[in-house]
Design a protein around this ligand. Structure first.
Ligand SMILES: Cc1ncc(COP(=O)(O)O)c(C=O)c1O
Length: 382
């Protein structure tokens, strides 16, 4: 019988890697290469009858992870890479060649912003970064050479929910591809590929892995594009190690449970912080999906809060330049994710010294709220 629900599919991705011993968990294929019993066997690899040759190209553990995420996104093909960044680069290079043009949302993750504005020109790719808040801005930025639109399904750190339907229609009308970073939403909340979007990318370092113990990326989409991206990864040597693929795959099994709890907690935290007199703004999206609205809450503190004291009074909550682990952590975009941007670029997207991004964990929501409110109360300038 076909598995239809996310909760079932996420733990039952069918892999043939366990056949030899019937092990319940997939073994870690910690090998750089695969051997062949004779030349006919070797030839069978090149004829497509034997799947593995060299782990930089394919490995059972990376394939299992890629297949799991592709299945959750409803995509026919997937590729696991060394990091979210390499997955983004490979996705872009699978579509754009020298002379082509890319239009990207100006509020994407700081590292992606740097990759697009500082590195793509070395590949001969022109870029325009614009606000994607209105479709006209995007349409105005498209020119004859434009081959790709790039954005995030939920932006960082202000959690703007992208108009994926509108962008997809625009991309189709113009005959260009659309690639979406679905890291913050995860396929638990949104499945952009299933909505018709060409390429979906994840920093698997975040919710898919979920335990802050790996760096990895996953790209999913239509087979020919994913295969082009694979060739880039193979040539650039940006493959994922078997052990990290295995860890990420293990983490992915609880993606549904974690996202359910973390989204629930985040909703409660957002509500509580909206009531706090020293929180000027709370950014937390609505109507992302019927399963929830994600697990990141961004706040702008009142100017009466002393930021140095705030970060010294966090109690059991740690400062971490990442998100999506099972523990609640805080990040400071000015000093971390958006450090590479100029002051003007940061101001343009609304990031200032009082903006804090909170990655909500799986703890009891009342404990999270108590710690955060006590931290703010202890940091008020008197
Ligand atoms: C939305 C988003 N995309 C991509 C990345 C890059 O991922 P990685 O750190 O795995 O290279 C990050 C990292 O924080 C991110 O937040």
């Amino acid at each position: 019988m076909k598995q239809t629900s996310f909760e079932t599919k996420v733990v039952h991705y069918k892999t043939d890697q366990n056949q030899v011993t019937n092990s319940k968990s997939t073994p870690i294929y910690q090998t750089s290469a695969f051997t062949f019993k004779d030349l006919d066997h070797l030839e069978s690899y090149y004829e497509g009858d034997s799947p593995y040759l060299y782990s930089r190209e394919r490995n059972p553990n990376t394939e299992e992870l890629a297949g799991t995420v592709a299945q959750l996104e409803g995509a026919p093909s997937g590729l696991a890479t060394s990091s979210g960044m390499s997955a983004i680069l490979a996705g872009i290079l699978s579509v754009c060649k020298p002379g082509d043009h890319l239009v990207a949302a100006e509020d994407v993750y700081g590292g992606s912003h740097k990759l697009i504005t500082k590195e793509l020109e070395t590949f001969g790719i022109d870029v325009t970064m614009v606000s994607f808040a209105q479709l006209e801005f995007v349409e105005d930025a498209v020119n004859e050479q434009t081959k790709l639109l790039y954005t995030e399904s939920i932006s960082n750190p202000f959690l703007r929910v992208e108009n994926l339907t509108g962008l997809n229609q625009l991309a189709k009308k113009k005959g260009i591809k659309l690639m979406v970073d679905n890291t913050f939403a995860t396929p638990y909340l949104l499945q952009p590929y299933a909505q018709g979007i060409d390429l979906v990318v994840h920093s698997g370092t975040k919710y898919i892995g979920g335990h802050s113990d790996v760096t990895c990326g996953v790209l999913v989409g239509e087979e020919t594009l994913v295969e082009k991206a694979r060739q880039k990864i193979v040539t650039l040597g940006a493959n994922l190690s078997p052990f990290e693929a295995w860890l990420t795959q293990r983490g992915a099994k609880t993606l549904g449970l974690r996202m359910k709890q973390q989204s629930f907690n985040a909703g409660k935290v957002a509500l509580a912080l909206r009531e706090h007199g020293s929180v000027r703004k709370v950014y937390y999206p609505e109507n992302v999906s019927e399963r929830g609205n994600g697990a990141i809450v961004t706040i702008e503190l009142d100017r009466t809060v002393n930021i140095e004291t705030f970060f010294k009074s966090l109690g059991w909550i740690k400062i971490a330049p990442t998100l999506a682990g099972v523990e609640t952590t805080l990040s400071y975009p000015v000093r971390t994710s958006h450090r590479a941007l100029s002051d003007v670029e940061r101001e343009n997207i609304g990031i200032n010294d009082y903006v804090i991004r909170i990655s909500i964990g799986i703890e009891d929501h009342e404990d999270i709220i108590a710690q955060l409110t006590s931290t703010i109360d202890q940091s008020l300038n008197v």
